[in-house]
Design a protein around this ligand. Structure first.
Ligand code: FMN
Length: 330
């Protein structure tokens, strides 16, 4: 069974992917309750952290109930990354993860995120220095390569392992692909099949059905699945995958009561964490998925995503239960 440093994980663990503006403490808590074995924060700028930018620092908040939790940081400057490691350590996470995969221009143009895939020596150097700078396990999340002509992920993963990286999660796309096309898990399987690899190799990209997770395990032989988009507004996905792995059968989807309860708790946790205004505002993006596919729901969805006061949102949840309590999800 895979281990990240001393953290023992179950067979084929499911990891909640780091997602900007999504993987915050309330969402991570819900995913954890629903079976995520490891959760990650969204990426946090090392430059922001060392400037003490309030927005970056707030992203360091973690709660006991979510452990094991990894804090993900990004950057391309050695000194800033090392100073960030010291700042991150104060939040006492279980893992520090390095983002070497973010494809967005503003990150890549500074040589960070997936930008570093153009400078593998620097990628290895940063990882090496960070491993030496902390006793926490350092993990890496990356992509297959910069573009289809420069995929060297087998060699890259081996070099990262050799400098002490404790686990690697690989998104089966290149930077150039961004999110287009299908994720290709075959190169990730090559990383795993490298006889010299002994750290866990987690697959990422398009695990959006329980069957896909089983395929990643059985046909590609990977050590676990990192799940992103399939969990947005649907934390039950982790449990559904686990249920399918254990029984070969699909778990019934959550009832309306369970969905309303999750939405309520999500909103309350968000308010407790970041205050009424931000809590109300930032939880909005999750409701669409919590209540997907219900006919004649538009009026309620609009109320949820336009109300500025939490009592109005909670009242809408009550109204949803009154009107749609018996709705059968398929
Ligand atoms: C809204 C959103 C935000 C993301 N933010 C991050 C991030 O902060 N750090 C990171 O490493 N990847 C980030 N990703 C990429 C995901 O972690 C993951 O690699 C990608 O979505 C593919 O997995 P999936 O098909 O399961 O979603 C983000 C993806 C989405 C959709």
């Amino acid at each position: 069974m895979p281990k990240i440093g001393d953290i023992q994980l179950p067979d084929f663990p499911l990891l909640l992917a780091p997602m900007e503006d999504v993987s915050d403490p309330p969402f991570r808590a819900l995913c954890k309750e629903q079976g995520a074995d490891v959760v990650y924060t969204e990426f946090i700028s090392s430059e922001g952290l060392i400037r003490d930018a309030a927005k970056s620092v707030m992203k360091l908040d973690i709660y006991e109930k979510e452990r094991p939790v990894g804090i993900q940081i990004f950057g391309a400057n050695l000194d800033s990354m090392l100073r960030s490691v010291e700042i991150v350590e104060k939040s006492n996470p279980d893992i520090i993860d390095i983002n070497f995969g973010c494809p967005v221009k503003k990150v890549v143009s500074k040589g960070a995120g997936a930008g570093i895939l153009k400078d593998i020596d620097l990628m290895v150097k940063l990882t090496d220095a960070m491993v030496k700078h902390t006793n926490l396990p350092i993990t890496v999340k990356t992509r297959l390569g910069w573009d289809a002509d420069s995929i060297k992920i087998v060699e890259v993963a081996e070099r990262l392992q050799d400098v002490g990286c404790a686990a690697i999660a690989i998104h089966g796309r290149t930077r150039v692909q961004m999110y287009k096309g299908d994720a290709d898990w075959a190169p990730i399987a090559q990383v795993k099949n490298n006889q010299r690899m002994h750290i866990p190799v987690f697959g990422n990209g398009d695990v959006n059905t329980p069957e896909a997770a089983v395929k990643m395990r059985d046909e590609y032989g990977l050590d676990g699945a990192m799940i992103g988009r399939a969990s947005i507004g649907y934390p039950w996905f982790f449990n559904e995958v686990k249920h399918f792995i254990e029984t070969g059968e699909h778990k019934a989807p959550p009832t309306m009561q369970e969905r309303v309860e999750a939405a309520r708790r999500h909103l309350q946790m968000a308010i407790d964490w970041k205050g009424e205004k931000l809590g109300v505002f930032e939880t909005r993006r999750h409701y669409t998925n919590y209540f997907k596919g219900i006919p004649d729901f538009k009026e309620y969805r609009m109320k949820m995503v336009t109300s500025d006061e939490s009592p109005d949102v909670f009242a809408t949840f009550d109204a949803v239960l009154d009107k749609f309590g018996d709705y059968q999800f398929s």
